[in-house]
Structures are given as C-alpha cells and as structure tokens.
Design a protein around this ligand. Sequence first.
Ligand code: ADP
Ligand code: MG
Ligand code: MG
Ligand code: MG
Ligand code: MG
Ligand code: MG
Length: 685
Amino acid sequence: MGLLYLGTPLAWDDAKQYADHVRTHGITQFLHIWDNLKDRFGDELLWGDEVEYMVVAFDNEEKNAKLSLRQTEILAKLQSIVNDIASDRGEKASVPTFHPEYGRFMLESTPGSPYTGEVHDLLTVESNMRYRRHLARKYLKPNEVPLTMTSYPRLGTQGVFTEPFYDPKDAVSSHSLFVPEEITNPHARFPTLTANIRRRRGSKVAINLPLFIDKQTPRPFVDPSIPWDRNIYPEDPEAKQGAALVDHVYMDAMGFGMGCSCLQLTFQSCNITHARRLYDALVPIAPIMLAVTAASPLWRGLIADVDCRWDVVAGSVDDRTEEERGLKPLQNDRFRIPKSRYGSVSLYISDEWPNRPEYNDIEAPIDAGIFERLKGHGIDAPLAKHISHLFIRDPIVVFSETIHQDDTASNDHFENIQSTNWQTVRFKPPPVNSPIGWRVEFRSMEVQPTDFENAAFAVFVVLLSRAILNYNMNLYIPISKVDENMARAQKRDAINTQKFYFRKDVFPPGVQSPLSSPNSSGLSSPVDPTGNGILRPKSKKLGNCFPPAPKPEAGQELGPVEDEYDEYTLDEIFNGKGETFPGLIQLIYAYLETLEVDESERQRIEDYMDLVKRRASGALQTPATWMRNFVRSHPAYKFDSVVSQEINYDLMVAIDEIERGERQAPEFIPPHHVCKPANGMKNGV
Ligand code: ADP
Ligand code: MG
Ligand code: MG
Ligand code: MG
Ligand code: MG
Ligand code: MG
C-alpha cells in the first residue's frame, strides 16, 4: 500500500458525486507527469520486491493457530526498531521498511532501498528477505510468527480464528456472515473501501470456489458452516437466495481476497517506451508464474478445487453494479464491464510494431471523453486506451480534505483510480517531483512459504525480464488466450494437468535465437550476446536500455496471428520442447553468459533456476499441492473436505518449521536450501 492519508472518508452516496471530479483532475495530473517526463531517458535498472506476511498466534494448549490482530502495535514497534537501526548505522535507506496491509493480521515488507542491476544484488535478495522476516519475528510476541501464507485456511470459519476473538455480527462495513469488522485494518481507508464496494455494487460480494470433493464429502454439499438464517444485516438472506452455491466454498467479504498475501516485483525501466515493452512482455508471463507459484488451496476451513487466490481477490472487490455486470440493461450506468477492477490485463500498451492490433481481442470499454482528451494532448492510441480503460472505474474512497488538489504538485487523484485497478501487471508513471522513473510492477505471483522460494522466483523474473529485453523476445499472444491461461493456472494441479497458450517462435523475424547461433559453442561461451553479430565483453551489470526489435523488412509478411501460438505444458514452456523451443530457463542461462558472474554467484543462481525448473516439470510440488496433501494425509482428516482447527494448527506448525529449516519437505523444497542464515545471522529467534 502507498502512504495512508489521514482524513475523513466520504460514504458512497457522497463520494460518487466526486467521481467525475477525481477522474478529470486525475487525468490532468497524469498529463502533467507526461509533459514533464515522457522524454526522460536512461534510468538504470532499480528493482524491488514486496513480501506480505500473516501474523499467526499459536495457542499450543488449545491447539489453535489464529490470526493475530496486533498489526497497529506491531508496525509501530517495527517502525521504531527500524529507525533505531537506521540511526545507529546512519544509513536509513538500506534498512527494510514495513507497511500496513488490508488485513489487521497482515504486514508487508520491502527492502529499504531498491536493488540495482549489479549481479551481486541478485544474491542479496534472499538475505534481505530473511533479514526482514527475522526483524518481524524478533519483535513479535513469543507465540506469534510471521508466515508467508497466500490464503489463511481458517479465515471466516465458525469458531475462533482470530486473537483476540470477535463476533462477525459486528461487521458493520462488510456485513459478512463470517468475518468480523476487526479483521480489517482500522485506518479509515479500509473499512470505507469495504463498505463502499458493497454499497456501489448493491449487494455483498459473492465468491464461490468449487469445492474439492473427497471420498466422504456429503453430496450435494450444502455448507453447514454458513449461518443461513442469520438476520442482522439486510444482506443476510443473500446466501440462501442464491449467492451461495452448493458444492462450493462461499465467501462474502473483501477480507477474503484482500486478506491474501502475494509476492510482487517492481522494475524501473530505461524510459517510457521500455516500460511499455516490458509491461506487454510480462502480461503473458503472469498466468504461468501464477501456476508455478500456486499456494492457496484452503479457504474458510475447506479444501477448494483450485490452487490460487486470483479469482477470490477479483470477486472480493467486485464493485460492479448489476447493469455493469450485464445482468440488467444499461440504464443508470455508463458501461457494461466484463471484469472486476481486480483482474487480468485487458490491453497491451506498447506502440512499437510487435504489438499487433489483433492481440487486443477482448472487450475493454474505455471512457471516450478521456480517450479524446489524451489523444488531443498528443498521446498515442495504445496508451490513451490503457488510461481511459482504467478510468472507467469510480474512485471508491474520497477524503473530504483532499478533494481539491494542486494538479501540478499532486498525483493523488490519478493514483486513486490507478491503484484501485489491481491487475496482473501495473504500468507505474513516475511520482511528481521524485527521482523515480517509469516502472512496471509484476503482481501475479503467490507468496511462498520460504524466503528461498520467494528469492528464487524474484531472481527468475528479473533475469527473465532482462533476457526478454536483451534478445528482443516477442511473447505476444492474443489477450483472450492470456485470460484463458489465467483460468487454467488456477486449476488444481495445473502443472500436471493443463496446457497453456504460448508463442511458438519467441524471436522476431531477423533475430536469431542465442541458442541456435553457430558461433556459440554451447551455452558456456557465447561470443554474440544479442544474436545480432556484434561481439561484446561480458557485463558486470544487468542491462536496462536495449535497442528495439528490428522492423521486419518489406516482403517479410507477418502471418496470421492464429499461427503464432500453440498450447504447451509448463514443463515445455520453462524447460523447452525440441529444437525450436528452447524454454525460458535456457534463455536465461544464455543471458547469464553475457554477464560476469563468479562461481559462488553462479551456484546460487543455479539453485534458484533449479527450483523453478523442477516446479515447472512437476518434479517438485507447488505449495498448494503440498498443503492439500498434508491435510489429506493428516490422521484427523475425515475425507470430508474440512480443514479442522487441529489440522490447520499442525499445518501452520509444519510451515513454520519448514521455513526455519527444522523440518524437511523434500517433495516441495530441496532439502539443502531450506535454511541458510543470512550474513551469519541466526534465522530463527
Ligand atoms: P506499491 O505498494 O505501491 O506497489 P511499494 O512501495 O510497497 O509499492 O513497493 C515498491 C517496490 O519498488 C519496493 O520493493 C521498492 O524497493 C521498489 N522500488 C523503489 N524505488 C524503485 C525504483 N526507482 N525503481 C524500481 N523499484 C523501486
Ligand atoms: Mg501489498
Ligand atoms: Mg507495497
Ligand atoms: Mg500498494
Ligand atoms: Mg505493490
Ligand atoms: Mg525467428
């Protein structure tokens, strides 16, 4: 989350009066940034991760693992610790930062300053993550642990799942049947978001995940843990009026989605053109990284038949009215909107030739007035469409104190809309008056139980992004196929059961695969790092500014889009298929050959690539598969799809032990990687 402004939030009926005002001034603010920074060039690679934790409080007598609601105190404590460390060291920038998140049981941490393109920084990612976890762990209560769980298995169950306990009947913002008001961060922004999404939509959100049907699951499964006949809030009857489906896990509040944790990465680009190129390249990468990081099979005390959080989060903030969802003819609203504001990307945005118009093949409504305004200001159509598509949404939270802003000094109205469009990839313009350049954020990955895994996926994506840019790889496939991949990625055991659309030839015409160059004697000694015939010395730094892909020459026809892609297993996408399709890992290794990497660096990077490789091949389980198996092989499990308090407790204990290196789980994490204390520091405290 960004900085939290303290002020008076407007209830929906008041906030909506300012929707046009926020949009108009948000665009003015964007245009101001555009005018000042569209020609900014030459920014170095800076990048960083965001890791989200859930603080779990163990009650070893009751055998219960609960969500600790001490976020406010914990963050205050961590802030003062971090300040002390900074003043001791006199270098504030390098001390990690902790941020609030939606759930009152959540923390987010980022490195204190971004990593650079230095090869060595790839090796500091894991120790930085471990240091952050170490700090959080050290200043919690002795029975509290910061776990990197994507979804909390017993959030919203009957019984006690928070410390302290609160009754869901007090859920004045969400009106949830399951989660109390107190699971939400008390800062005004969050309860207001929750309530205004419900009010704008005209009902509670309704999420139904298919249930994993086990041997003893009663059929049809009419969930006995839903308080069907509660009668406190006007929406209480929704569950029995059709919102809750049989054979599904039903959830009815923002907290189920925004109470999930994830792993995000932000990259600074050389300039705006590069940022748009990278954004587009990462769009088709998002679903496959979701599939290989799958970590959330357990929801509201039940086993789901999906492995990922994505659709839950999308449903949890779906503020579209019935008209917008296409359930009623348009009368009061402006658009039919196919997706929730948390959703996959709907438009590629590059204005370079590889982005063929045919790829943008799904319905993506735009605000026509905003589109014309942006065009009139000289902004090209793909970018104008992107912004005017984001700006079909209303601002959900408006603070009365900040309605009127200096549009040359603030980007607050722009960010209000931008930062409540939660997509798989985000194009981040520079903030006003800051040294930060054009950035791209990669947002699809599930957070992993251990920092070894989180570092591995972070390093994989940063290296992949460099390989893509360095070799001018072309990953475009129609957006409709990316969306199909998003659906497949979330399916149970997608790695072993699903195929994914991917581009057949990732090199544009005229660009040779670095692996097919006859000059190169295998991977060990390439002489032509970009495949264009120019020899270069090895670099100490990951690159950031790359020449664009050469335009096809006259007569080099681009064939039909349908011939450009095929369906592949994740093993094929990551590890290659035959002569023509080298696989992403090989391309990263080829790119690594262009860098000066010493032996120990090389070894650790190989450990990381190996994890990704073995996940994609199915040789290692995803956290989702491992957790599902853990539950199903627990002696107390009744094969009825239920994750009991006792099973959940043992699962949380196991995950904590794995994270600390005290327990081996070789099915999903290579034994020797589990616990390498950073910088001589003890990992567990
Ligand atoms: P948000 O919550 O808005 O997505 P955060 O501030 O939580 O953003 O995280 C941003 C990430 O970007 C952090 O890991 C940070 O280290 C990194 N970062 C900071 N400055 C830059 C920059 N100039 N370029 C790229 N990444 C940056
Ligand atoms: Mg966050
Ligand atoms: Mg953040
Ligand atoms: Mg944020
Ligand atoms: Mg982020
Ligand atoms: Mg080719």
